[in-house]
Design a protein around this ligand. Structure first.
Ligand SMILES: Nc1ncnc2c1ncn2[C@@H]1O[C@H](COP(=O)(O)OP(=O)(O)OP(=O)(O)O)[C@@H](O)[C@H]1O
Ligand SMILES: [Mg+2]
Length: 345
């Protein structure tokens, strides 16, 4: 079967500036995809190209078997929610949600029934008569979501819909969006620069940097097998060790960098299994109690690098972790990621 959405070799220039560089990917029907990357990497530009809000001079976009590359937005099949609430302030919530149906000249009864259904679905059945200014940010984003979904689009596009909300509301609403998305089975692309949000919500994450796709994969694959040093450093915490070529634990020959997660650094040989591990002498710099784990910052004795180790709290035994103590850490070879030196930034 053909993918639901297919982006083929998309490029975007703003004058001399290349905002997107040869972007290709396929997205299956019903998938929840996150575009994730630092500010300015091109996430919004790519989303807007899919919506037809940004022109596409190079490459092709296919949706549901049709070439939509040059279709105007109103001829495309999507609903969109932006970061800022973008509701019409002078219209009631009911009328904001009803706009699409009114444009389609739906009957009064159908509009009444549909809008009320969506007010129920977003968990705000009583607010139809209110104006956007009378709602909280989270409530406004729910209304924006209902407005985007009421015409049953094939594709839902979300540009940082949660980033203006406070942490608690954000986490609650991300569950709402995810549940609703699965219920409806609607193919969804959400732009975010929050890696935790992407990990929690996405079936697959597209990691972008400087207008290129660095990696596409499930949250687990991206965390466990980062394709580049950039991805390794951007997602979660990663220690980077600069080991000279040929040194124990390194691939022989060319110099390269080893990445290792804090949870894969052990303070006792027994925890790691000594033969398959790299042993590194360190000096304890400081420790930080974090509830389920103890975060230990150490300084490598042989060089200037520092390491961050996360030790499960129940494994912190009588080991002397007083700052200044010299000890060893162990890293299993199979937990090390190898990156080429020239990728270093
Ligand atoms: N209309 C435009 N004209 C010129 N440059 C633009 C235009 N739109 C975007 N850009 C540039 O293209 C790059 C990508 O912008 P984009 O908005 O896609 O980034 P983003 O990944 O969404 O970032 P953020 O996380 O800050 O929203 C930026 O450097 C931006 O300045
Ligand atoms: Mg953006």
């Amino acid at each position: 079967m053909k993918p639901f959405l297919s982006l083929e070799n998309l490029n975007k220039q703003f004058g001399q500036f290349a905002a997107l560089n040869d972007i290709s990917m396929t997205i299956e029907k019903g998938e929840f995809i996150c575009f994730l990357g630092p500010s300015g990497c091109g996430k919004t530009t790519l989303l807007r190209m899919i919506a037809g809000l940004e022109s596409c001079e190079q490459g092709q976009i296919w949706q549901n078997g049709a070439n939509i590359t040059h279709l105007p937005p109103e001829k495309r099949d999507f609903g969109i929610v932006f970061q800022s609430y973008a509701l019409f302030p002078n219209l009631t919530v009911f009328e904001n949600i009803a706009i699409g149906l009114r444009q389609q000249r739906a009957s009064k009864v159908a509009i009444e029934q549909q809008v009320n259904h969506w007010l129920e679905t977003i968990g705000l059945p009583e607010i139809g008569d209110k104006f956007p200014g009378q709602l909280s940010g989270g409530q406004q984003q729910r209304v924006a979501l209902a407005r985007a979904l009421i015409l049953s689009p094939g594709l839902l596009l979300l540009d940082e819909p949660l980033s203006a909300l406070d942490a608690k509301v954000r986490i609650h609403l991300r569950e709402t969006i995810r549940t609703l998305q699965k219920q409806l089975g609607i193919t969804t692309i959400m732009v975010t620069h929050d890696q935790e949000e992407a990990m929690a919500m996405a079936d697959r994450i597209v990691v972008m940097n400087h207008g290129v796709v660095e990696q596409i994969g499930t949250p687990q694959a991206i965390y466990q097998q980062p394709a580049s040093r950039f991805v390794a450093g951007f997602i979660g915490v990663m220690n980077f060790l600069d080991l000279a070529g040929g040194k124990k634990g390194g691939k022989k020959g060319q110099p390269h960098i080893i990445g290792v997660r804090p949870e894969d650094i052990h303070l006792t040989a027994s925890a790691a299994g000594s033969a398959d591990s790299l042993q590194i002498p360190v000096r304890i710099e400081r420790t930080e109690f974090q509830g389920p784990l103890l975060r230990v910052e150490c300084q490598l004795i042989d060089c200037s690098s520092t390491l961050r180790a996360d030790i499960p709290i129940h494994q912190v035994t009588t080991a002397n972790l007083t700052p200044g103590t010299e000890t060893c850490v162990w890293i299993e070879h199979r937990r090390m990621q190898h990156f080429r030196q020239e990728e270093a930034v």
